[in-house]
Design a binder for this molecule. Structure first.
Ligand code: C2E
Ligand code: MG
Ligand code: MG
Ligand code: MG
Length: 289
């Protein structure tokens, strides 16, 4: 078709598009290389239980530090990995690395109840996923509660019988299943009841205008209420100030996560952060919200 537009006219492949395709090729090759040279790592962001002021868990977030392409954020390299067939490798790596890390923390006596791992929708087409997860729990001698798997609404929306079976099997292993970025997609509320979801994460966008707009608060209150009434843990992400934390606590939101409490950080900084906030089973986190 490009040809029929005339000799030398490549309508569908403008220089700009060529450049983008070229960038993707280069970046894709760099990502493949990063995986084989261990240039990906995980940062961890604390999640705070608002009822008890204790650490609920940490979310593992992938980071790619490379001198060559520079720091590429996950919002860029995760979609790329999905496109070029690397997402399965990344998902398995982040599950394994998270399990290794929480097992290491536990053996050092650092009390981190659970680590949340983000998985792409593509993983849930893989009927081998529950077996892989069960194998990791066994390998690292972890109670299943130590692992929470975050899924996005699109998994729920497109879920066929196979995906539902995979989710059910994961649930049987005892790991947590968290619905990430809830409220951004178009999934029906009734589909929440069809799936073995244990945790609901309100999308960060709820925090925009949260303190000032009563209608945003009303919607957030309703969503928190739905999650709680379904027996789920409700997590708010993107909490950036004390006011938001205070309001969320008033709504009985279970857990909060965001820059107000802590940024995502290296595993060793998590240890330091916990010590600095004097976190242990008896002393509550000193957060005045
Ligand atoms: P997410 O799972 O919704 O993660 C939350 C994002 O919000 C993270 O961005 C985190 O750094 C950021 N964040 C946390 N607190 C605050 C806050 O108070 N304010 C603001 N403005 N942002 C905050 P990040 O690390 O850039 O990750 C972006 C997305 O990339 C994640 O969104 C997740 O969907 C995806 N992602 C990250 N790591 C992985 C991974 O290992 N596998 C997969 N499949 N996806 C991942
Ligand atoms: Mg997440
Ligand atoms: Mg999220
Ligand atoms: Mg998000």
């Amino acid at each position: 078709q490009a040809k029929s537009a005339g000799r030398g006219v490549y309508r569908f492949f403008s220089p700009e598009m060529n450049r983008l395709a070229q960038d993707r090729l280069v970046l894709g090759a760099a990502l493949r290389n990063a995986l084989s040279t261990n240039s990906l790592n995980l940062h961890y962001q604390p999640q705070i239980n608002l009822n008890s002021n204790t650490l609920h868990g940490v979310e593992a977030l992938a980071r790619w530090h490379d001198p060559e392409p520079g720091n590429i954020p996950p919002d860029r390299f995760i979609p790329l990995a999905e496109e070029i067939g690397l997402i399965d490798t990344i998902g398995k790596w982040s599950l394994r690395e998270s399990c290794r890390q929480i097992a290491a923390w536990r053996s050092e006596g650092i009390p981190i109840p659970t680590v949340s791992v983000n998985l792409s929708p593509l993983h849930f087409n893989d009927s081998g996923l529950p077996g892989y997860v069960a194998g990791l729990l066994e390998e690292f001698n972890l109670p299943a509660a130590c692992l929470t798997i975050e899924i996005t609404e699109s998994v729920m929306m497109d879920a066929g019988a196979e995906t539902l079976r995979t989710l059910a099997k994961l649930h049987e292993t005892g790991v947590g299943l968290s619905m990430d970025d809830f409220g951004t997609g178009f999934s029906s509320l009734s589909s929440l009841t069809r799936m073995p979801i244990t945790e609901l994460k309100l999308d960060r966008s709820f925090m925009r205008n949260f303190e000032t707009d009563p209608s945003v608060q009303a919607v957030a209150a309703t969503v928190v209420g739905i999650g709680l009434s379904l027996g789920m843990t409700v997590v708010s992400e993107g909490v950036e100030n004390e006011n938001q934390a205070r309001l969320l606590r008033r709504l009985n939101c279970t857990v909060a996560q965001g820059y107000y409490f802590a940024r995502p950080m290296e595993a060793c900084d998590i240890e330091r952060w916990i010590c600095a906030t004097r976190l242990d089973d008896t002393a509550p986190l000193n957060i005045s919200a």
